[in-house]
Write a protein that binds this ligand. Structure first.
Ligand SMILES: Cc1cc2nc3c(=O)[nH]c(=O)nc-3n(C[C@H](O)[C@H](O)[C@H](O)COP(=O)(O)OP(=O)(O)OC[C@H]3O[C@@H](n4cnc5c(N)ncnc54)[C@H](O)[C@@H]3O)c2cc1C
Length: 397
């Protein structure tokens, strides 16, 4: 019987039949994550979200999926192609934003930084254990006074013999309080950018990590304030291939690519829930789906989900072809995050009073969409990156 359930295909909304263009291995991966959402995420996530607790039982189960390390080849990593990485982010986000973020920070930002910007020796040292989820990664760029303006970060790394000595503060850092491998971005004595890996940061002298309380979105993933006071990091822990913000920008462009898929996934998740509800819920003697005003909401949502999804598939093609630039990645993030927010509100309305109940999942995803709107470059910053790309004029500063 179990095998029958396993074999059952779980459908997803796909108006343009984009899935039919995917190779079988991508289709199988999508099914695997849909089963994960159905069996592990959806039945368990809400209490964690409500209590703002990290769902270890769900996070640990992620290691059974062939997804850790995303694009990275070798070093125990999944070695997925860009389309597969996008599909994974999309499907995870359909289930839950916190899980998608935990995965995005650990696998995309932290492992991705080491994979893209570390030496072979550094990759060998950290990636295999991270791929097995024995070590958890975090990526500390944002500072209390340098959010959108992270390029001007204030954290310093002063060279002292075989060590760098780090001083400064970081804010909003996902996974930090459970991290084993914390990448801190700082400036060295020459003003160059560097990525400094603090191992076991929660037990490192001079590092203070405090989880931020009272978040209204992505409540089941932990985000922390970090202070760094004379923290000694061995010189061999400096990522070898980083000297400027441009190098970090390579990780951020792929990050924005992933978040564009994530936003589309949230939109698809809430739309599918709202469509099912509208067909089942009756008022005035018929399903609410039969009313024109409800159909208007459903069509609006379906159209935005379809467009966001099509955009994702094309940026996937561009990343595969090596043609995804910063402007295009920002446009995709800008559009999809904005639309996810709008679609989530429509989905919530469609459920009436039931739309504000956690048990129906839409309210959680709706609030998670607020975070997606702001992180990996706020909506305004991504808009201005596209504006700069189109006009050649920088309106950011
Ligand atoms: C839940 C969550 C998780 C996060 N995880 C991480 C993480 O793991 N690692 C990490 O390093 N960071 C993380 N971040 C930080 C995130 O990237 C920043 O919040 C984001 O870059 C914006 O910075 P800020 O919040 O300081 O806003 P600010 O930069 O202060 O912006 C405030 C407002 O001003 C606008 N603004 C700023 N500059 C301009 C401008 N030039 N023109 C027009 N408008 C402008 C912004 O768009 C925004 O609307 C996370 C944030 C959140 C909320």
């Amino acid at each position: 019987m179990e095998n029958v359930v396993e074999a059952e295909e779980i459908a997803g909304f796909d108006y343009l039949k984009l899935d039919s263009f995917l190779p079988d291995e991508h289709k199988a991966l999508v099914q695997q994550i849909r089963r994960f959402n159905r069996d592990v995420v959806m039945p368990n996530i809400n209490p964690y979200w409500e209590k703002a607790e990290f769902p270890w039982e769900i996070a640990r189960a992620l290691k059974d999926l062939p997804i850790m390390g995303g694009l990275i080849r070798g070093f125990g990593s999944a070695g997925l192609d860009p389309m597969a990485v996008g599909l994974v982010g999309y499907e995870l986000a359909k289930g839950d934003g916190s899980i998608a973020t935990f995965y995005g920070v650990h696998s995309g930002l932290a492992m991705g930084s080491i994979g893209l910007l570390g030496s072979n020796e550094q990759r060998e040292r950290w990636l295999p254990a991270m791929a097995r989820l024995e070590k958890i990664g975090a990526f500390a760029l944002t500072e209390p006074d340098r959010g959108s303006n992270a390029v001007d970060l204030q954290t310093t790394a002063r060279r002292d013999g075989d060590y760098y000595v780090l001083n400064g503060a970081k804010r909003w850092i996902g996974n930090a309080s459970i991290a084993d491998v914390l990448i801190v971005w700082a400036r060295d004595d020459d003003g160059n950018f560097g990525g400094f890996v603090i191992e076991d940061p929660n037990n490192t002298p001079g590092v203070t990590i405090t989880d931020i309380q009272g978040k209204i979105g992505k409540r089941a993933v932990l985000n922390a304030d970090i202070t760094l006071k004379d923290v000694k990091v061995p010189t061999e822990n400096r990522l070898e291939k980083v000297r400027s913000f441009r190098d970090v920008g390579k990780v951020l462009t792929v990050g924005r690519y992933g978040v564009a898929w994530e936003a589309a996934g949230i939109a698809a998740g809430v739309f599918e829930l709202a469509l099912d509800y509208a067909k089942a819920r009756e008022q005035f003697g018929k399903p609410i789906a039969a009313f024109q005003l409800i159909q208007q909401k459903l069509v609006e949502m379906a159209t935005e989900v379809t467009l966001a999804r099509a955009l994702c598939f094309q940026i996937g093609n561009l990343l595969i072809a090596g043609q995804l630039n910063e402007g295009i990645a920002s446009m995709a993030k800008y559009n999809n995050a904005r639309k996810a927010r709008q679609v989530a509100l429509l989905a919530r309305e469609t459920l009436g009073g039931n739309g504000i109940l956690l048990e129906n999942h839409i309210a959680r995803l709706m609030l998670d969409a607020e975070v997606v709107y702001t992180y990996e470059g706020t909506n305004e910053i991504n808009l201005l990156i596209v504006g700069r790309d189109l006009t050649g004029h920088n309106a950011i500063f």
